[in-house]
Design a protein around this ligand. Structure first.
Ligand code: GAR
Length: 227
C-alpha cells in the first residue's frame, strides 16, 4: 500500500477502457466519490465514439478519449495507438469495464499483472459473448459475474471475485443481465479497492490476497474476507 507522508493511502492511478454504456465505470466513479475508493481515474478511453460511458466520464471531469478501432487497418496498429495513449496517463492499473475488443498478446503482456476485466458469467463457464442467453439455454442453477486478471487467454485469467444470481422462472436475457449487472457494480469496485490498497497482488502470475495465494475466487456475500 502506498502512503502519503500524512499517512493516508495515495490514490492509485487508473485508466478505464470502455465500449458502451459504462455502468461499471459509473459504479467506480461513485465508489471513489461516496465510499473513499482510493483511486484516481486519469482517463476513460473508448473504442466507440458513441459510447455513453464517455458522457459519464465527462460529467465526472475525467478526460474522455476515443480511439476508434474502425479507423485502423489492423489490430496491432490500433493496439499500439491505444497503448501509447494509455501510457501517457501512467496508470498503475488498467480496468476493462465493458470493453468489447479481444486484445492481442503483446498488448496484454505490456499490462501483465495490472489489468483487470469484468465478465458477465461465472467463469470458467461461458467465456465470450451472449453469456446470459447461453446460461438460460443451458438452464444452469446459477449465473453471475466474475472479476479476473487479464491474461492472453480470452476470459481465462485467474478469477478474483465472483457474485452469483439465481435464474428465475420467467427470466429472459435482459432481466438476467440487469440482475447480474447489479452484482457487477458491487464486486468491481471491491476488487479494485483490494488492488489499490495493496491487498491484492500478483506474484509470478499468481494472485495473492492479504499475502495468501488465492486458489479459488472469493464469493461475494459468502466470504469471511473483510471488505
Ligand atoms: C458488463 O455486463 C460487462 O460484464 C460486460 O459488458 C457489460 C458492460 O456494461 N463485459 C463483457 O461482456 C466483456 N467480455 P457497462 O458498459 O454498463 O459497464
Amino acid at each position: 500500500m502506498s502512503k502519503t507522508n500524512r499517512g493516508s493511502t495515495a490514490a492509485l492511478p487508473v485508466v478505464v477502457l470502455i465500449s458502451g454504456s459504462g455502468s461499471n465505470l459509473q459504479a467506480i466513479i461513485d465508489a471513489i466519490r461516496d465510499d473513499g475508493l482510493p483511486v484516481e481515474i486519469r482517463a476513460v478511453i473508448s473504442n466507440r465514439p458513441e459510447a455513453y460511458g464517455l458522457v459519464r466520464a465527462r460529467a465526472a471531469n475525467i478526460p474522455a478519449e476515443v480511439i476508434d478501432h474502425t479507423t485502423f487497418s489492423d489490430r496491432s496498429e490500433y493496439e499500439a495507438a491505444l497503448q501509447q495513449l494509455i501510457d501517457q496517463y501512467a496508470p498503475a492499473l488498467v480496468v476493462l469495464a465493458g470493453y468489447m475488443r479481444i486484445l492481442g498478446t503483446a498488448f496484454v503482456k505490456h499490462y501483465q499483472g495490472r489489468m483487470l476485466n469484468i465478465h458477465p458469467s461465472l467463469l470458467p463457464d461461458f467465456p465470450g459473448l451472449n453469456t446470459h442467453q447461453r446460461a438460460l439455454d443451458a438452464a444452469v442453477a446459477e449465473h453471475g459475474a466474475s472479476v479476473h486478471l487479464v491474461t492472453s487467454e480470452l476470459d481465462g485469467g485467474p478469477v478474483i471475485i465472483q457474485a452469483t444470481v439465481p435464474l428465475l422462472p420467467d427470466d429472459d436475457a435482459t432481466a438476467l443481465a440487469q440482475r447480474v449487472q447489479t452484482q457487477e457494480h458491487q464486486i468491481y469496485p471491491l476488487a479494485i479497492r483490494w488492488f489499490a490498497e495493496g491487498r491484492l497482488t500478483v506474484r509470478a502470475g499468481e494472485l495473492l490476497l492479504d499475502q495468501k495465494p488465492l486458489h479459488q475466487p472469493i464469493y461475494y456475500g459468502q466470504t469471511t474476507v473483510s471488505p
